[in-house]
Design a protein around this ligand. Sequence first.
Ligand code: WT7
Length: 635
Amino acid sequence: MSNYHIKNFPEYFHEYRKSVRNPELFWEEIAEEHFLWRKKWDNVLNWDFTKPEVKWFEGAQLNITENCIDRHLYTNGNKNAIIFEPNNPEEPTEYITYNQLSERVNQFANVLKSKGIKKGDRVCIYLPMIPELAISLLACARIGAIHSVVFAGFSAQALATRIQDSDCKMVITSDGSYRGAKTIDLKGIVDDALESCPTIESCLVAKRINSNISMKEGRDFWLQPLLDEASKDCEPEIMDSEDPLFILYTSGSTGKPKGMVHTTGGYMVYTAFTFKNVFQYREGDVYWCTADIGWITGHSYIVYGPLANGATTLMFEGVPSYPDFGRFWEVVEKHKVNQFYTAPTAIRALAKEGVEHLEKYDLSSIKVLGTVGEPINEEAWHWYDDNVGKKKAPIVDTWWQTETGGIMITPIPFSTPTKPTYATLPFLGIQPALMDENGKEIKGNQVDGRLCIKFPWPSMARTIWGNHQRYKETYFSAFENKYFTGDGALRDEVGYYRITGRVDDVIIVSGHNLGTAPIEDAINEHPAVAESAIVGFPHDIKGNALYGYVTLKDTGESRDQDNLRKEINQMITEQIGPIAKLDKIQFTSGLPKTRSGKIMRRILRKIASRDTSNLGDTSTLLNPEVVQDIMDNVL
Ligand code: WT7
């Protein structure tokens, strides 16, 4: 008997031990008891990290949509599967039951088929956060087409690169999208992209903003009339466990984006099992992840993980600042959200606006809070804990990656005691290792090193689309027989992990290894500071010195900058040591960020080094305008 739902700390340890002593048996029991397979596997796991090759549940057959939809219909057909909360709070919420989801996915799948999409074909999805987005993923999965979602904030050029890389046959988009008070001409962007995408045969267009767009005869089709005509029945395509389910692009430190390939059986088992435990989802709960489905967080923890558990998942079209900074909390109150999962960058942005936006709303439904995407600084952690969770809702700081498919290091709420800025302990079946520069594993506690994973887990990406060699080089070559995450981490005295940031962000100052995250943490604790980023720049004596970009809270009053610089360095000295003091501190109006909220340190590094002739790819920046401002005021 497997224990699908961990409820206390001893249970976690007991199950964790089982999961590493005999991983095959552990995962076999979970897979067998909690999912619907058309045929059982011949082999639970086959792996060889030197090739690298990983196969889970080989020989098994299934369709993931039968697990996410059909099997809930008998018992839970009238339960809400998706709650759609539109950008504009005046627009009505849309409730989609499992019965309705089933019909809509099947109709959509039939439309795909009628346009010639078959098993194995790639379909690019470029949609805003509207129900059609979730439905289109599931429709692809229903017929075995491989979806490749491109976040609908990417430019035409970025979209074209991704369509070309995986030779997509179709793109699904909308006439436009809402983002706060703005509208965006998505179809225009697609039209531009498609000028250089000869493999695209058809383009389906959902109506969202009722704009006047041009439709190319024979290529572009309005979605709704096709759906209206389509049958509500569609037999699921029977897939092998290792058939690709989707491609999702992630940017590397160099080169073009990497199309990470995720497969079916293992991905389903791992995302479902982690969802249940990491969020402690109980029947009747309403779960809300604020990410966009254009990122892995949305794939795994808005769509597949929740639906595989028959959960109610909330999809939010808007932004945290529209119509005002209370919007998140208004939605939480309205739908009595029980689990709330967001990113540190959102938490900091909200914290900057003050607590009066929260105080208007009843947040007492919240049981679990989550964070993901970057290290959370201590100040943001406490703000979240104090003001959103009212110190009663455990915070799960979940560390994982596009490549890992699911959450890897995380507390289990109500079981694992949390510790600010620590992702704490590996999830069941995950075997982390910290490595030193010479490729040796660092054992014991109170150590830090490069974070690797020693043993396969079911939802790991299997390859990079069209470039297995790059997959091998990027993830399996730095350390022998291990998956290298690219992150640094430390393990404290009790074995808890703290992710210290990408190892490419590590700065060696006078021979000392300094992580950017702890320094930024120290700075961010200064009451005047909203956000900060540290980079290295060349220094004659020390090798590297530290350059800090600091955004201050907007209080309307002017400040003595030299005095602030002293105070910041004093805080760093107190928390880390004089070695971590900054040589230069530039006050900025903002920090350049990717659309997923990560600070683009690469750009900041170049500016600090006065090497701005080629800033590299800035196509993924959310706020390109701050770059010029920072360059103009460089110290
Ligand atoms: C990188 C992966 C996985 C969903 C979103 C990001 C950083 C992610 C945490 C965390 C510290 C984190 C890592 C990782 N990261 N979560 N809880 N604490 N760092 O996916 O875009 O593939 O980025 O995000 O550096 O390697 P991604």
